[in-house]
Design a protein around this ligand. Structure first.
Ligand code: GCB
Length: 613
């Protein structure tokens, strides 16, 4: 067993690291590997555009014990009852899944839908605590079990859970009701205006999670900064119990012969362990180790990779070597079925497409994707940029909106901090340059850094120039670790060959990354390359861009062009070339590669060779 005693100095560093970065929410992590009962499947629904189930005719929230409320009435009691609602199998919907893709009437629907699931559950004899866990609900979820409100959550792309009070859950005849509301709103995140489909519904898994009375809620294991260069590398981290109590916890990484007994004081403990046989995670070798955390009552198993990502002298460095991000942006959508992606199979499909392009990185736009996606990226060796939907013009002056953004950031990091594939947390996309916004965004950067010192923090900035030197000076670049910028030279302004007249610089001594670039190409529409929307135009665009990439300064760290697949967007209304689709995909609606795909792939093949030398 290769272990060392924690020195006093290390202990102090560990404690300060830990107090900064420990879990702050009540989110139980690694739900996929806990004891769960799935509530996925067919649910019943009531479509409720006027929110009649929630508000009475004076627009007061209905009392949860009011038998008029939708959520509180399973049965019709007697024939004189006047009921103007009810759940029935005639109105059935699949969970997980957005509602838009499940019936024509939902296609453009934005509003409230009530979901109901009746279920029996084997409660056994144990005294476990039970949580109801949602992978995500877009956007607001009000959750009621057996007529009692468990809570409310806002934010369409992050996980949340509520503890079920003891005795509320019965062996037979439970009914779970969720009011889901996906109305867009000026003071929410994202706000009213986006360029993607506002898929509503219970879009990710629903589970009952069974845990002991005292349980490990969350933990972090990372390679200690800089230790990749040492013969004996250090894994450092912490774990947090759900509540205070003296508890012995064992941490094991069997393959590395690591076994460490830890004593939790209060509700948490920080640790570090050493090993000289760790193989580092990288896209070429996405090594994951089985990690086992056990207390007297529970055993949690995870698979975690260890790697080091940092910036040195303006360069992006993975495990000590410069890395070039051959990226591609991805929406959480399966275009040929016109629906949100939500499963491991979907993740394998989308990341498989990225692999066909010879990408080693994906930008998961513009919101945290489901957990299958980041786990699949871990095992496939694809680096990830993960982002919160602070997009375009949210209300930067509002403290309330800032608090919502912080919550989403915290929920994103909490769920995924043990995924080696994630190298970048992004705090937003294309936000306008002004003092309020920069202050707002810098607070998000600060929070991300407090929660996680092992990754890079970014935000996608903007650039509009179509000739001359484009010097990136956005003051937000002062706070982020890389200078990531979206540019569309030749699509929004000029023609693709404008990029010949452009060169790039930044006033910050940091890597430059193109977080977006792209042009529409309507699949199957062939014309000369000057004809906009043709596949040839898109192909030309990529050719010119590649020419420009080859002239980039030495701190050019890569790109994640826009975008892997054509995607649905209500903003895109050209009656021939769009019809509700943003057609900047390299794959079309049906998974067919467009001509531009091959241009980017050839560039990525070249860059791979260059960096592997
Ligand atoms: C952007 C946005 C992205 C859009 C894209 C476009 O800059 O970040 O969400 O979909 O441009 O196609 O215009």
């Amino acid at each position: 067993m290769k272990e060392i005693k924690i020195s006093l100095l290390f202990a102090l560093i560990a404690i300060s690291f830990f107090t900064n970065s420990q879990a702050q929410s009540n989110l139980i992590t690694n739900v996929l590997n806990r004891k769960t009962i799935s509530l996925n499947g067919i649910w019943q629904y009531i479509i409720d555009p006027y929110e009649t189930g929630f508000y009475d005719y004076r627009r007061e929230e209905r009392n949860v014990n009011d038998r008029e409320a939708y959520w509180n009435t399973e049965k019709f009691d007697n024939k004189t009852d006047r009921k103007e609602f009810g759940f029935t199998d005639k109105y059935a919907i699949k969970v997980p899944g957005d509602w838009n893709s499940q019936a024509d009437k939902f296609m453009y629907y934005e509003g409230t839908v009530w979901y109901k699931k009746s279920f029996d559950v084997d409660l056994g004899t144990s005294s476990e605590r039970i949580f109801l866990h949602f992978g995500a609900v877009n956007y607001r979820a009000d959750v009621y079990l057996n007529g009692k409100k468990l809570g409310m959550h806002k934010g369409g792309f992050t996980a949340f859970n509520f503890e079920i009070p003891s005795k509320l859950l019965q062996a037979k005849g439970n009914f779970l009701v969720v009011k889901v509301d996906n109305k867009r709103s000026i003071d929410e995140i994202p706000t009213i205006n986006t360029d993607w489909w506002n898929y509503g519904g219970i879009t990710r898994d629903v589970n009952l999670v069974f845990v002991p009375q005292d349980f490990v809620q969350d933990y972090s294991l990372q390679l200690a900064k800089g230790s990749y260069a040492n013969k004996a590398k250090t894994i450092e981290g912490w774990l947090k119990l759900n509540r205070k109590g003296q508890e012995k916890v064992t941490l094991e990484i069997p393959e590395l012969k690591i076994k460490r007994e830890l004593t939790v004081i209060g509700d948490s403990v920080a640790f570090n362990v050493k090993s000289s046989t760790i193989r580092l995670w990288s896209p070429k070798s996405p090594k994951l180790y089985q990690v086992i955390i056990s207390t007297k009552n529970e055993k949690i198993v995870d698979k975690i990779g260890f790697r080091n990502i940092e910036i040195q002298a303006g360069k992006l460095i993975l495990n000590g070597k410069p890395v070039f991000l051959r990226g591609i942006s991805v929406h959480e959508e399966i275009p040929d079925q016109v629906r949100r992606a939500y499963s491991d199979q979907d993740a394998q499909h989308l990341l498989g497409q990225a692999k066909e392009l010879n990408a080693n990185m994906v930008r998961l736009a513009h919101y945290p994707h489901n957990e299958y996606m980041t786990r699949a990226a871990d095992s496939l060796g694809i680096m990830v940029w993960s982002e919160i939907p602070v997009y375009w013009t949210i209300d930067f002056k509002s403290a309330d909106v800032l608090a919502k953004a912080k919550t989403q950031l915290e929920e994103m990091i909490t769920r995924d901090r043990n995924r080696a594939s994630i190298i970048i947390w992004s705090v937003g996309n294309e936000t306008p340059v002004n003092a309020d916004r920069t202050l707002f965004m810098s607070k998000l950067v600060k929070k991300a850094k407090e929660m996680d010192q092992s990754r890079i923090v970014a935000a996608a900035l903007e650039s509009f120039g179509i000739q001359g030197v484009q010097t990136i000076e956005d003051p937000l670049g002062e706070f982020t670790d890389v200078v990531a910028v979206n540019q569309y030279i030749g699509w929004y302004g000029g023609l693709p060959d404008n990029s010949r007249k452009v060169s790039w610089a930044t006033k910050f001594d940091k890597p430059i990354f193109f977080s977006e670039t792209g042009a529409e190409g309507f699949s199957g529409f062939h014309a000369d390359s000057l004809t906009r929307y043709s596949e040839e135009f898109q192909e030309w665009y990529y050719r010119e861009q590649v020419g420009m990439f080859k002239r980039m300064p030495a701190n050019f760290a890569g790109l994640s062009p826009w975008i892997l697949n054509d995607f649905r967007s209500p903003r895109r209304n050209h009656p021939i070339y769009q019809e509700g689709w943003n057609n900047k995909g390299l794959f079309d609606h049906n998974g067919k590669k467009k001509k531009a795909f091959y241009v980017l792939k050839a560039y990525y093949d070249e860059m791979e060779k260059l960096y592997d030398k």
